[in-house]
Design a protein around this ligand. Structure first.
Ligand code: GDP
Ligand code: K
Ligand code: MG
Length: 266
């Protein structure tokens, strides 16, 4: 176990956390072929673990350089662990990336950052419940105030980061499972769901990478068209909405607004 990547939305606190975890022990350069900064360093408490500070991103689409660097790193370098740095004051938006990370199948731990100010935003997060509903290990931290960082370091070293995939609308799941059957023989088993979702979204980069034969392309196109007819929207909207539905359900169950609580007491 040696290669750990910090991933998260811009301004979620990745670099602050990276500096805490690595101290002055850092290498700074550029990602190959692009002018995006590449920072790596050894974990202070265990020099056999290399931490990468990946570019901030809201999504794993192939549209921006940051998105491409981050997703290509996760898919082709296969880090031993991804630490998803989440801004807890902006939970819904940040969890949108979390779900996409889970779709890749990468080992994943959630670092729930900015907990020093989360409650000031009028919300209380039930971390145990959120962790259960996402089936992910969650460690709350404050990178700025250096709170609970040791717990996160222990979590990184123990690397128990398995989870079950988020399940979306059953009509979408059935389309995804048909696409999985079509590509089962040509992609790694642990990346089957990632490739099925990307093909369903008609992701250009993945289509080029897989170079499917005409028969498979035609079968997948038919699966997508059927789903689009059932849902009455295009395939990438189907996925986007499925993620947001999933997120709003679990946030509803695990976050209470302290403003409401105050109101009900008075
Ligand atoms: P990055 O874009 O993900 O690398 O985020 P940065 O590490 O650059 O942090 C963005 C801003 O959030 C900076 O102003 C940090 O000082 C601040 N920040 C990071 N972690 C925390 C935290 O736990 N609590 C608070 N209140 N601010 C934080
Ligand atoms: K920043
Ligand atoms: Mg940064």
């Amino acid at each position: 176990m040696g290669n750990v990547a910090l991933v998260g939305n811009p301004n979620s606190g990745k670099t602050t956390l990276f500096n805490l975890l690595t101290g002055s022990n850092q290498t700074i350069g550029n990602w190959p072929g692009v002018t995006v900064e590449k920072k790596s360093g050894k974990l202070k408490t265990n020099a056999s673990i290399i931490i990468q500070d990946l570019p901030g991103t809201y999504s794993l689409s192939p549209y921006s350089i940051e998105e491409r660097v981050t997703r290509n790193f996760i898919i082709s370098q296969q880090p031993d662990l991804v630490v998803d740095v989440v801004d807890s004051t902006n939970l819904e938006r940040n969890l949108y990336l979390t779900l996409q990370l889970m779709e890749t199948g990468t080992p994943l731990v959630l670092a729930l950052n900015m907990m020093d100010i989360a409650e000031k935003s009028g919300k209380k997060i039930n971390i145990g419940k959120l962790s259960y509903l996402l089936s992910l290990k969650i460690v709350w931290i404050s990178a700025l105030k250096k709170k609970n960082i040791q717990k996160l370091e222990k979590e990184i070293e123990s690397n128990q980061a398995e989870y079950t995939y988020p399940e979306y609308d059953e009509r979408l799941e059935s389309a995804l499972s048909m696409i999985q059957d079509t590509i089962r023989s040509i992609v790694p088993a642990d990346k089957l769901r990632w490739y099925a979702i990307k093909l369903f979204e008609c992701d250009e980069q993945i289509n080029e990478e897989l170079q499917l034969n005409e028969k498979k392309k035609k079968d997948i196109k038919a699966i997508i068209e059927t789903a689009e007819e059932i849902f009455g929207e295009n395939s990438d909207s189907i996925i986007v909405n499925a993620r947001y539905d999933f997120i709003s359900k679990i946030v509803e169950m695990s976050v209470i607004s302290t403003d409401d609580f105050q109101a009900s007491l008075s």
